[in-house]
Design a protein around this ligand. Structure first.
Ligand SMILES: [Zn+2]
Length: 259
Protein backbone atom coordinates (compact mmCIF):
# COMPACT_ATOMS: atom_id res chain seq x y z
CA UNK A 1 0.00 0.00 0.00
CA UNK A 2 1.23 3.49 -0.82
CA UNK A 3 1.56 6.03 1.95
CA UNK A 4 -0.88 8.89 1.60
CA UNK A 5 2.06 11.32 1.64
CA UNK A 6 3.56 9.57 -1.37
CA UNK A 7 0.28 9.71 -3.19
CA UNK A 8 -0.12 13.38 -2.38
CA UNK A 9 3.35 14.26 -3.55
CA UNK A 10 2.40 13.15 -7.04
CA UNK A 11 -1.04 14.66 -7.41
CA UNK A 12 -2.28 17.50 -5.31
CA UNK A 13 -3.53 21.03 -5.53
CA UNK A 14 -3.27 23.53 -2.67
CA UNK A 15 -6.24 24.77 -0.71
CA UNK A 16 -5.56 28.44 -1.32
CA UNK A 17 -7.75 31.53 -1.01
CA UNK A 18 -10.51 30.82 -3.49
CA UNK A 19 -11.41 34.37 -4.44
CA UNK A 20 -7.95 35.33 -5.59
CA UNK A 21 -8.01 38.69 -3.81
CA UNK A 22 -4.75 38.38 -1.90
CA UNK A 23 -3.47 41.93 -1.88
CA UNK A 24 -0.27 41.76 0.14
CA UNK A 25 2.84 39.98 -1.00
CA UNK A 26 4.05 37.93 1.95
CA UNK A 27 7.16 35.84 2.33
CA UNK A 28 7.51 32.78 0.14
CA UNK A 29 5.52 29.87 1.60
CA UNK A 30 7.68 27.18 3.17
CA UNK A 31 5.64 24.51 1.40
CA UNK A 32 5.05 25.02 -2.28
CA UNK A 33 2.56 22.16 -2.41
CA UNK A 34 -0.05 23.56 -0.01
CA UNK A 35 1.18 27.17 0.26
CA UNK A 36 1.41 26.47 4.03
CA UNK A 37 -2.30 25.74 4.33
CA UNK A 38 -1.46 22.26 5.62
CA UNK A 39 -4.16 20.66 3.49
CA UNK A 40 -4.51 19.76 -0.16
CA UNK A 41 -7.21 18.48 -2.48
CA UNK A 42 -6.44 15.66 -4.83
CA UNK A 43 -6.57 16.59 -8.49
CA UNK A 44 -9.23 14.08 -9.44
CA UNK A 45 -12.22 14.31 -11.79
CA UNK A 46 -15.77 15.00 -10.63
CA UNK A 47 -17.34 11.75 -9.49
CA UNK A 48 -14.08 10.33 -8.11
CA UNK A 49 -14.59 9.23 -4.48
CA UNK A 50 -11.85 11.66 -3.41
CA UNK A 51 -13.24 14.60 -5.38
CA UNK A 52 -13.63 17.61 -3.13
CA UNK A 53 -12.06 15.92 -0.13
CA UNK A 54 -9.13 17.49 1.62
CA UNK A 55 -6.10 15.59 2.84
CA UNK A 56 -3.24 16.61 5.09
CA UNK A 57 -0.29 17.85 3.06
CA UNK A 58 3.04 16.05 3.24
CA UNK A 59 4.43 18.96 5.28
CA UNK A 60 1.68 18.55 7.85
CA UNK A 61 2.22 14.81 8.06
CA UNK A 62 5.92 15.38 8.59
CA UNK A 63 5.21 17.95 11.29
CA UNK A 64 2.90 15.49 13.08
CA UNK A 65 5.55 12.80 12.93
CA UNK A 66 8.13 15.16 14.41
CA UNK A 67 5.72 16.16 17.15
CA UNK A 68 5.05 12.51 17.99
CA UNK A 69 8.76 11.86 18.15
CA UNK A 70 9.29 14.82 20.50
CA UNK A 71 6.48 13.63 22.71
CA UNK A 72 8.08 10.18 22.80
CA UNK A 73 11.35 11.70 23.83
CA UNK A 74 9.69 13.57 26.65
CA UNK A 75 7.86 10.48 27.82
CA UNK A 76 10.92 8.30 27.55
CA UNK A 77 13.26 9.02 30.42
CA UNK A 78 16.17 7.29 28.76
CA UNK A 79 18.19 10.48 29.06
CA UNK A 80 18.21 9.98 32.83
CA UNK A 81 20.03 6.67 32.42
CA UNK A 82 23.04 7.75 30.37
CA UNK A 83 25.39 5.87 32.69
CA UNK A 84 23.67 2.53 32.07
CA UNK A 85 26.04 1.37 29.35
CA UNK A 86 27.44 -2.08 28.69
CA UNK A 87 30.84 -0.85 29.89
CA UNK A 88 29.32 0.08 33.23
CA UNK A 89 27.60 -3.23 33.72
CA UNK A 90 29.09 -5.46 36.40
CA UNK A 91 29.04 -9.01 35.08
CA UNK A 92 28.56 -11.44 37.94
CA UNK A 93 27.56 -15.06 38.11
CA UNK A 94 24.10 -15.49 36.63
CA UNK A 95 24.18 -12.38 34.43
CA UNK A 96 26.57 -13.56 31.69
CA UNK A 97 23.92 -14.90 29.33
CA UNK A 98 21.70 -11.81 29.68
CA UNK A 99 24.70 -9.55 29.12
CA UNK A 100 25.73 -11.35 25.95
CA UNK A 101 22.14 -11.49 24.69
CA UNK A 102 21.56 -7.77 25.28
CA UNK A 103 24.83 -6.89 23.56
CA UNK A 104 23.98 -9.08 20.58
CA UNK A 105 20.51 -7.56 20.46
CA UNK A 106 21.96 -4.03 20.47
CA UNK A 107 23.94 -4.96 17.37
CA UNK A 108 21.02 -6.65 15.66
CA UNK A 109 17.64 -5.79 17.20
CA UNK A 110 15.63 -8.56 15.64
CA UNK A 111 12.53 -9.90 17.39
CA UNK A 112 11.92 -9.50 21.10
CA UNK A 113 14.21 -9.81 24.08
CA UNK A 114 12.59 -10.79 27.36
CA UNK A 115 14.68 -10.45 30.52
CA UNK A 116 13.12 -11.68 33.69
CA UNK A 117 14.27 -12.41 37.19
CA UNK A 118 14.34 -10.93 40.68
CA UNK A 119 14.82 -7.23 41.44
CA UNK A 120 18.27 -5.74 41.27
CA UNK A 121 19.93 -8.24 38.93
CA UNK A 122 20.55 -5.70 36.16
CA UNK A 123 17.68 -6.32 33.74
CA UNK A 124 16.84 -2.64 33.35
CA UNK A 125 20.50 -1.71 33.07
CA UNK A 126 20.95 -4.14 30.17
CA UNK A 127 17.75 -3.05 28.44
CA UNK A 128 18.83 0.60 28.70
CA UNK A 129 22.36 -0.18 27.52
CA UNK A 130 20.93 -1.81 24.38
CA UNK A 131 18.53 1.10 23.86
CA UNK A 132 21.28 3.71 24.20
CA UNK A 133 23.39 1.90 21.65
CA UNK A 134 20.53 1.47 19.16
CA UNK A 135 19.51 5.10 19.64
CA UNK A 136 22.83 6.16 18.18
CA UNK A 137 21.63 5.11 14.74
CA UNK A 138 17.84 5.24 15.12
CA UNK A 139 16.42 7.92 17.40
CA UNK A 140 12.92 6.43 17.38
CA UNK A 141 13.50 4.53 20.62
CA UNK A 142 11.15 4.61 23.58
CA UNK A 143 11.93 3.43 27.06
CA UNK A 144 8.85 3.16 29.26
CA UNK A 145 8.24 1.82 32.73
CA UNK A 146 4.94 0.00 32.20
CA UNK A 147 2.96 1.46 35.14
CA UNK A 148 4.17 4.99 34.23
CA UNK A 149 3.28 4.47 30.59
CA UNK A 150 -0.24 3.37 31.48
CA UNK A 151 -0.63 6.34 33.86
CA UNK A 152 0.48 8.61 31.05
CA UNK A 153 -2.00 7.08 28.61
CA UNK A 154 -4.80 7.38 31.14
CA UNK A 155 -3.93 10.95 32.10
CA UNK A 156 -3.68 12.17 28.53
CA UNK A 157 -6.74 10.37 27.24
CA UNK A 158 -9.30 12.95 26.30
CA UNK A 159 -12.16 11.78 24.10
CA UNK A 160 -12.60 15.37 22.91
CA UNK A 161 -9.08 15.40 21.50
CA UNK A 162 -9.09 11.93 20.02
CA UNK A 163 -6.75 12.65 17.13
CA UNK A 164 -3.88 13.93 19.29
CA UNK A 165 -4.32 10.97 21.59
CA UNK A 166 -4.40 8.42 18.78
CA UNK A 167 -1.35 10.07 17.28
CA UNK A 168 0.59 9.63 20.49
CA UNK A 169 -0.59 6.08 21.03
CA UNK A 170 0.35 5.18 17.47
CA UNK A 171 3.76 6.78 17.94
CA UNK A 172 4.35 4.66 21.03
CA UNK A 173 3.17 1.38 19.57
CA UNK A 174 5.02 2.04 16.31
CA UNK A 175 8.35 3.17 17.80
CA UNK A 176 11.30 1.52 16.09
CA UNK A 177 12.38 0.06 19.44
CA UNK A 178 10.17 -0.07 22.52
CA UNK A 179 11.45 -1.03 25.94
CA UNK A 180 8.73 -2.05 28.36
CA UNK A 181 10.33 -2.07 31.78
CA UNK A 182 8.74 -3.78 34.77
CA UNK A 183 5.91 -5.60 33.04
CA UNK A 184 3.49 -7.18 35.51
CA UNK A 185 3.84 -4.54 38.23
CA UNK A 186 1.00 -2.47 36.83
CA UNK A 187 -2.06 -2.48 38.98
CA UNK A 188 -4.42 -1.19 36.46
CA UNK A 189 -7.91 -0.67 35.17
CA UNK A 190 -9.51 -2.82 32.46
CA UNK A 191 -9.14 0.14 30.08
CA UNK A 192 -5.39 0.45 30.64
CA UNK A 193 -4.98 -3.33 30.52
CA UNK A 194 -6.66 -3.30 27.12
CA UNK A 195 -4.37 -0.50 25.93
CA UNK A 196 -1.31 -2.44 27.03
CA UNK A 197 -2.58 -5.51 25.23
CA UNK A 198 -3.25 -3.50 22.05
CA UNK A 199 0.23 -2.06 22.21
CA UNK A 200 1.92 -5.42 22.66
CA UNK A 201 -0.31 -7.20 20.18
CA UNK A 202 0.50 -4.62 17.50
CA UNK A 203 4.21 -5.05 18.07
CA UNK A 204 3.77 -8.80 18.01
CA UNK A 205 1.86 -8.79 14.73
CA UNK A 206 4.32 -6.40 13.12
CA UNK A 207 7.36 -8.15 14.62
CA UNK A 208 8.69 -4.81 15.91
CA UNK A 209 11.86 -4.82 18.02
CA UNK A 210 10.86 -4.83 21.69
CA UNK A 211 12.68 -5.44 24.96
CA UNK A 212 10.61 -6.44 27.95
CA UNK A 213 11.77 -6.78 31.53
CA UNK A 214 9.82 -8.24 34.41
CA UNK A 215 10.44 -9.30 37.96
CA UNK A 216 7.03 -10.89 38.28
CA UNK A 217 6.02 -14.49 38.12
CA UNK A 218 4.35 -15.42 34.86
CA UNK A 219 0.97 -15.80 36.55
CA UNK A 220 1.03 -12.02 37.24
CA UNK A 221 1.12 -11.25 33.52
CA UNK A 222 -2.00 -11.02 31.35
CA UNK A 223 -2.34 -14.40 29.63
CA UNK A 224 -2.82 -12.84 26.21
CA UNK A 225 0.43 -10.92 26.62
CA UNK A 226 2.27 -13.88 28.10
CA UNK A 227 1.42 -16.17 25.19
CA UNK A 228 2.96 -13.64 22.79
CA UNK A 229 5.91 -13.05 25.06
CA UNK A 230 6.75 -16.73 25.22
CA UNK A 231 6.50 -17.32 21.47
CA UNK A 232 9.92 -18.80 20.83
CA UNK A 233 9.74 -17.86 17.15
CA UNK A 234 9.88 -14.21 18.15
CA UNK A 235 11.31 -13.91 21.63
CA UNK A 236 14.65 -14.66 23.17
CA UNK A 237 13.64 -15.41 26.74
CA UNK A 238 16.33 -15.15 29.43
CA UNK A 239 16.01 -15.66 33.13
CA UNK A 240 18.56 -13.63 35.05
CA UNK A 241 19.38 -15.45 38.22
CA UNK A 242 21.89 -13.40 40.19
CA UNK A 243 22.32 -11.69 43.51
CA UNK A 244 20.70 -8.28 43.96
CA UNK A 245 23.40 -5.70 43.18
CA UNK A 246 22.45 -3.78 46.33
CA UNK A 247 23.72 -6.67 48.39
CA UNK A 248 26.83 -7.38 46.35
CA UNK A 249 28.63 -4.28 47.51
CA UNK A 250 28.48 -5.24 51.19
CA UNK A 251 31.81 -6.89 51.87
CA UNK A 252 30.57 -8.60 54.99
CA UNK A 253 27.53 -10.06 53.30
CA UNK A 254 28.91 -13.53 52.66
CA UNK A 255 30.45 -13.79 56.08
CA UNK A 256 27.24 -13.36 57.98
CA UNK A 257 26.09 -16.44 59.76
CA UNK A 258 23.09 -18.02 58.10
CA UNK A 259 19.96 -18.12 60.11
ZN1 LIG B 1 2.36 21.53 2.58
Amino acid sequence: MKRIGDVLSSISVPIGPSNGTVSTVGPEPACSRCQDAGWVRLDVPVGHPNFGRVFPCECKIREQQERSRDSLRRLSNLDAFQQHTFDDFEIVEGTEEAFEAARAYANDPDGWLYLHGACGVGKTHLAVAAALQIRQWNSNVLFAVVPDLLDHLRATFDPGRGVAYDERFNAIRGAFLLILDDLGTENTTPWAREKLYQLINHRYNERLPTIITSNQEHKMIDERILSRLLDTHLTRDIKVDALDYRRRSRPDYFRRPRR
